[in-house]
Design a protein around this ligand. Structure first.
Ligand code: CIR
Length: 252
């Protein structure tokens, strides 16, 4: 049974970091309800839920994905690229040390988990405003004994690699080719996000089911037309904070 690590929404979520988006009001009570529904979706799809402690003074702390990359063999505790988020990692390390040996990314490396896309033994890392080549080098060193290949990927126009591409079935990726080069993933079938929904490439695959925001209906239709089972969640408040469905959990 997979484990999903989540953290409660901060009451200060409206003060979140923003890189490409204009600030919009965030309804924290609605965000809490949506987060509960998301937790229920993960549980319904077979995950055992564990919680990292709430960090009310860290506006982005619900985005727990950015704090860790968990593989079968090891967990990498990141060093988030935004200074306001560096204090989020220790409490995630305290939870994960019960499950895996830990390795920490050290400065001058910086890494957000949202930049890390694992496809089998290949690990793609977005070279974004949050993650750098030094972190890629550190990951290459630590993961070489486990036969992973770690590949830095250039991005344009989005926050994280997984804003631009995620896996939606064993052989298919959902991707916005304006933001990342689809040719990097030539072994996979590609479903393009709808042109009216550039932010729709972030989906969370659990077993054979794709957790997907109902905020992007035209792209959802493309997943359905490709034969995928989708579990729709309302993700409006997370999207305003430049997040997606992968960011609010670490599943391992
Ligand atoms: C940030 O800028 O760090 C947050 N407002 C959003 C983080 C989203 N995380 C993710 O996609 N993994």
């Amino acid at each position: 049974m997979p484990t999903a690590l989540l953290r409660p929404v901060s009451p200060r979520m409206a003060e979140c970091e923003l890189t490409h988006f204009e600030r919009q009001p965030i309804d924290v009570a609605l965000a809490e309800k949506q987060h509960q529904d998301y937790e229920d979706a993960l549980r319904y799809l077979g995950c055992e839920i564990v919680h990292a402690p709430a960090l009310p003074d860290f506006p982005d702390s619900v985005f727990v994905e950015d704090c860790a990359v968990v593989l079968d063999e090891i967990a990498i505790i990141t060093l988030p690229g935004a200074d306001s988020r560096k204090g989020e990692i220790d409490s995630v390390a305290t939870v994960l040390e019960k499950y895996r040996p830990l390795h920490r990314i050290e400065a001058p490396g910086v890494l957000d988990g949202g930049d890390v896309l694992r496809l089998g033994k290949k690990i793609f890392v977005g070279l974004s405003s949050r993650s750098n080549a030094e972190a890629v080098r550190q990951m290459q060193n630590v993961l070489k004994p486990f036969d992973y290949e770690v590949i830095g990927v250039h991005l344009t126009g989005c926050l994280h690699l997984k804003s631009a591409v995620t896996q939606v079935s064993i052989d298919t990726l959902l991707l916005n080719s304006e933001w990342v080069d689809a040719n990097l993933f030539s072994n996979y079938k590609i479903i393009e996000t709808h042109s009216d929904e550039p932010g729709a490439a972030n989906a969370l695959l659990l077993g054979d089911t794709v957790i997907f925001p109902l905020d992007f209906p035209q792209t959802a239709l493309r997943l359905l037309e490709a034969g995928m089972d989708i579990y729709l969640v309302d993700n409006s408040e997370v999207i305003k904070a430049e997040g997606g469905v992968t960011c609010c959990s670490v599943v391992f």
